[in-house]
Design a protein around this ligand. Structure first.
Ligand SMILES: Cc1cc2nc3c(=O)[nH]c(=O)nc-3n(C[C@H](O)[C@H](O)[C@H](O)COP(=O)(O)OP(=O)(O)OC[C@H]3O[C@@H](n4cnc5c(N)ncnc54)[C@H](O)[C@@H]3O)c2cc1C
Ligand SMILES: NC(=O)c1ccc[n+]([C@@H]2O[C@H](COP(=O)([O-])OP(=O)(O)OC[C@H]3O[C@@H](n4cnc5c(N)ncnc54)[C@H](O)[C@@H]3O)[C@@H](O)[C@H]2O)c1
Length: 450
């Protein structure tokens, strides 16, 4: 057995890295372990590579929107393998850079899969390491699906490394992964089908804006099936035969690729949590609000593998990692502040949300002022040729404070950050309108959205 560490961090993604660096800066003896190259989902298999691929798709769409208005987009096409090279130009360096920074900060880095052997020690490749504290930051993995033929399905990691993009793609699930990937693939020329078993896709977003996005998606060759599920998948002479169930009706379609976009679950199975008396449930490690395990006080958890009030997003993983580190160092019980966390579906155009949905206000019987605007005819959208754009802002009439903002349109993933700040700081619409933005920028539309 090695001399005890002050902290062993399990998982070198956003949450784990943030916590390891903070505790090492405080002078703690810290170790971190991951079986995969360092950097985690966001940098290597999620947000960052995805948005690099989206850039190519954006350029195609931008050009097509101005076809006949000063731009000749005929013959414009995505070079998928070139785009993949562009992606690797970023992702290739991440593991080395992340690990070098951790080491420079005094963190000992390990490669391998960790599992607990008892309440105060874990094992990596047969070697045991004791520690005073452990941080579980193992992230999430695709949910298991049970339909016959599921072995033909690829996951988001594989999609982001496809050497070629086939012409026909079916996505299982109508969440963020499927919509974002389908919007990229459609601009690359693929015919896309999204099969979702819910009443409507993208459940966490404003339904009026989702309807508009679904219509815009149909226009670019993405077909969305609600209340539908996959019955079975079989290999055929020319691809994959997919049976789609819609109530009692079964439709068979041919595709070249089946992609998992049906949600992710905490990645805890390899940890042997029982050996360390760490309780967990379907939403992750069972923690108090301040991120300490309810059953083993030596253990904290953060990011996608922790059962917290936070959404499964990178900024949340980072600030949970930092709050967990700070609580471990100080012995404090600070609860992360989840207010004003924005999220974006990086479709083209993008769909954004921060704060309360209109339906939350209705459910709570709360008196709110809902300001909806079809912004498709506004100057900013005319300029780029976008014909689908709208905003909905939810305001508390008693205080004039912003409770929620929902934006669909080009450039609005930057604008949502202004609303996020307003919600975090409790700004009134009057205060927000008093700010001056550069003109003509998309941000200068904020006053008119209120
Ligand atoms: C396709 C995709 C796109 C996304 N896009 C966005 C986006 O645009 N914006 C956004 O905010 N969020 C996005 N997300 C979500 C975001 O990536 C996650 O919320 C975030 O990465 C979670 O960070 P984490 O540190 O909790 O986990 P991760 O980054 O997943 O890190 C967990 C690490 O733990 C390791 N691990 C697992 N088991 C063990 C073990 N037994 N021992 C040691 N190590 C282990 C894993 O190998 C992994 O490297 C996206 C997710 C996906 C899948
Ligand atoms: N831009 C971003 O911030 C971003 C992008 C991608 C992923 N993510 C993160 O990754 C997580 C996972 O994304 P996701 O898109 O896989 O999941 P999701 O939870 O966003 O959506 C899953 C969808 O699949 C449907 N579904 C579930 N099982 C199904 C089945 N058997 N058949 C048909 N439909 C089914 C659900 O009704 C839901 O609409 C997200 O919750 C998010 O936290 C974030």
């Amino acid at each position: 057995m090695n001399a005890p560490y002050d902290l062993m961090v399990i998982g070198a993604g956003m949450a784990g890295i943030a916590a390891a660096n903070r505790c090492a800066a405080h002078g703690w003896r810290v170790g971190i372990v991951d079986p995969l190259p360092y950097g985690g989902t966001c940098a290597l298999r999620g947000c960052d590579p995805k948005k690099i691929l989206r850039r190519g798709a954006e350029i195609i769409d931008d050009a097509r929107l101005l076809q006949g208005r000063g731009v000749d987009a005929t013959g414009l096409a995505l070079d998928w393998s070139g785009l993949m090279r562009h992606k690797r130009g970023f992702t290739n360096d991440v593991p080395h850079d992340v690990e070098a920074r951790l080491r420079k900060n005094g963190v000992r880095t390990f490669h391998g899969s960790a599992r607990f052997v008892n309440a105060d020690a874990l094992q990596i490749d047969g070697e045991s390491f004791a520690a005073n504290r452990f941080l579980i930051a193992t992230g999430a993995r695709p949910r298991s699906l049970e339909f016959p033929g599921r072995e033909h399905m690829i996951d988001s990691t594989e999609f982001l490394s496809l050497p070629d993009l086939p012409p026909r793609i079916v996505f299982v699930g109508g969440g963020l992964v499927s919509f974002e990937f389908a919007h990229i693939a459609a601009r690359a020329g693929a015919d896309c089908v999204i099969v979702d078993h819910g009443e409507r896709p993208l459940r966490a977003f404003d339904p009026d804006l989702v309807d508009l996005l679904v219509r815009r998606s149909e226009q670019v060759g993405i077909h969305v099936h609600n209340r539908s599920s996959i019955g079975a998948v079989n290999r055929s002479a020319t691809g994959l035969q997919v049976d789609i169930h819609w109530g009692d009706v079964v439709t068979s379609i041919e595709t070249d690729l089946l992609v998992h976009g049906a949600g992710r679950v905490p990645d805890l199975d390899t940890l042997d949590l029982e050996a360390a008396d760490v309780a967990s449930g379907p939403r992750g490690v069972d923690v108090f609000g301040h991120l300490q395990s309810r059953s083993n006080p030596r253990v904290f958890a953060a990011g996608d593998s922790a059962d917290t009030l936070g959404e499964r997003l990178t900024p949340v993983a980072v600030f949970e990692g930092k709050v967990a580190a700070s609580n471990m160092i100080k012995g404090s019980r600070t609860v992360p502040d989840y207010s004003g966390v924005p999220s974006t579906v990086f479709t083209i155009p993008e769909l954004n949300r921060v704060g309360m949905l209109e339906e939350d206000a209705v459910r709570d019987g709360r008196d709110v002022d809902v300001r909806f605007h079809d912004t498709s005819g506004w100057y900013s959208n005319y300029r780029v040729g976008e014909t689908t754009a709208a905003t909905k802002v939810i305001i508390d009439p008693a205080t004039d404070q912003i409770l929620g903002a929902h934006l669909l349109g080009p450039g609005y993933s930057e604008v949502i950050n202004t609303f996020a700040l307003a919600i975090k700081l409790g700004l009134t619409t009057r205060q927000l309108k008093s700010a001056t933005a550069t003109y003509p920028s998309v941000g200068s539309d904020v006053g008119s959205m209120l």
